[in-house]
Design a binder for this molecule. Structure first.
Ligand code: ADP
Length: 480
């Protein structure tokens, strides 16, 4: 048990409970044991949070960029000081191996540092006018109150990737973390509290997604909603945003292809395919979902991949050396089993895995490789979000790009080749917001992360990430 009743609702600088002191349980997915209880807030709590954020906006938006930056910088330092404690909480609520959780805390902190720096660079423009007596300017201003909705697969980094740029821009925030993993988000709010962030600037409401989400979308005080999660919920939020014409940043699902050309460094491609597919037990939106290998190297690639995957250590993320932790819940496990069952029934060749693992009682699935996969199998069109990879062979460059693009998703794609011309021409044809060339780890605070097509809109990280939370006010001055 992490705490008896974890704090969960923080409004206007105070931790509160909700109506009837209603709570819900947080469960460790590795053991299926309850680790904490958190308030089950509703739209009523979100409304209070929005009103607090609105009040705080009046003063926070008037702080100098340097003043805002100083809070982010202090939060960055405190987060790193607490790395071990935060990583342990993350692993307990989410399941990923401790080494990955430590990496996530570093990643999460990097957004605080980056936007502490970017806060000072929200420049405007002076436009040369076509009339002598006119002076034209563009003045960046914070959009207002921001609603942030975060997912369970990166419970810490997705919070800072949204909250840091919003605060840097001068916005105030109401945050709703995923119901599976609110504890890491709560810790981040505690950090901001400790560094003295003024009351009402950052508020959090845990609880009922539908009711909290509805208030966030209906309330016209909220001017921008930033969301990471499923395409299904993203589409729902898009519809809901129409009534009050809110700005949106959406990071949605993915179906990443990884293409291994004949001239690739095969050992590198194998290691990176494993890192991309199996980290977080396959539960990241840029995880490789389909591997396309040139037919001339397919057997060699498969052999090397299979040998390494068979040796991966599955277990509780708290045990050092664990490489594959549990899936987030029973529903996630069911989805993976269904996809693998469908593929095998339709003729896929199971090279390794393909079954659950009992372990300490949680939702484990063995790392799985499927060869001889065809397009009629659901795994080739649906996002997997589990440690399973289908392998398809190809012979023609043009054909493989067509196959890779044959999806409504457009988040990330990866390719392995030692031929620079092939790398560039393939990159240009891939319909994805992010392309990794011999690199499956493109995510970093200084670069723009975001998808196209049904993978979403807007960018997070980089100077683009700050712009999402700024309105460019155009000013025309007429001299007499
Ligand atoms: P997943 O299927 O991976 O859990 P979701 O899109 O359901 O992804 O969840 C991502 C985030 O969206 C979570 O914080 C979840 O609580 C939230 N969410 C789910 N449904 C709604 C909704 N109707 N309105 C607002 N937020 C929602």
């Amino acid at each position: 048990m992490i705490t008896e009743t974890a704090k969960g609702i923080y409004i206007n600088g105070k931790w509160t409970s909700t109506e009837n002191n209603k709570t819900f349980d947080i469960v460790n997915p590795a053991t299926n044991e309850k680790i904490a209880e958190v308030p089950y807030g509703s739209g009523r709590d979100m409304k209070l949070a929005i009103e607090a954020a609105d009040k705080a906006f009046t003063t926070w938006s008037q702080y100098t960029a340097r003043e805002r930056s100083s809070y982010l910088y202090k939060a960055y330092q405190l987060m790193l000081d607490r790395k071990e404690e935060l990583a342990s909480i993350l692993t307990q609520e989410q399941g990923k191996p401790l080494s990955e959780s430590r990496g996530e805390i570093d990643f999460a902190a990097s957004f605080l540092l980056w936007f502490a720096e970017e806060a000072n660079r929200s420049y405007g423009e002076v436009i040369p006018a076509s009339k002598k007596n006119k002076r034209l300017m563009v003045v960046p201003q914070p959009v207002g109150v921001v609603g942030a909705i975060t997912p369970w697969n990166f419970p810490s980094a997705m919070v800072t990737r949204k909250v840091a740029p919003a605060l840097a821009a001068g916005c105030t925030v109401v945050l709703k973390p995923a119901e599976q993993t609110p504890l890491s988000a709560i810790e981040i709010v505690k950090i901001f509290n400790e560094v003295g962030l003024p009351e009402g600037v950052l508020n959090i409401v845990t609880g009922d997604p539908q009711s909290i989400g509805k208030e966030m979308m209906d309330n016209n005080i909220v001017r921008h909603v930033t969301f990471t999660g499923s395409t299904k919920v993203g589409k729902h939020l898009m519809k809901e945003s129409a009534n009050t014409v809110k700005k949106l940043s959406l990071e949605l699902g993915g179906h990443a292809p990884l293409i291994v050309f004949e001239d690739a460094n095969i050992d590198l491609a194998v290691d990176q395919a494993i890192a991309s597919k199996y980290r977080n037990a396959g539960q990241t939106c840029i995880c490789t979902n389909r591997i396309f290998v040139h037919s001339n190297i397919e057997e060699l690639f498969l052999e090397k991949l299979e040998n390494k995957v068979k040796q991966m250590k599955i277990g509780n993320g708290t045990e050092e050396g664990t490489e594959i932790g549990p899936l987030i819940n029973e529903e996630a496990l069911r989805k993976v089993k269904t996809q693998v069952g469908d593929a095998i029934e339709k003729g896929a060749d199971l090279r390794t895995g393909g079954e659950t693992w009992e372990g300490p009682g949680g939702y484990f699935y063995k790392p799985t490789i499927l060869a001889n996969v065809s397009h009629s199998m659901s795994i080739m069109s649906e996002e997997t979000f589990g440690p399973v990879v289908p392998i398809v062979s190809f012979t023609d460059d043009k054909e493989v790009v067509k196959e890779a693009n044959n999806t409504n998703y457009g988040l990330a794609a990866f390719l392995f080749t030692t031929n620079i011309e092939r790398a560039i021409s393939t990159m240009e044809k891939l319909e994805y917001g992010i392309v990794g060339i011999n690199d499956v780890f493109p995510g970093t605070a200084e670069a723009p992360f975001g998808g196209i097509k049904e993978s979403g809109m807007g960018k997070e990280g980089s100077h683009e990430g700050l712009k999402e939370f700024l309105e460019m006010k155009y000013v025309s001055l007429s001299l007499s």
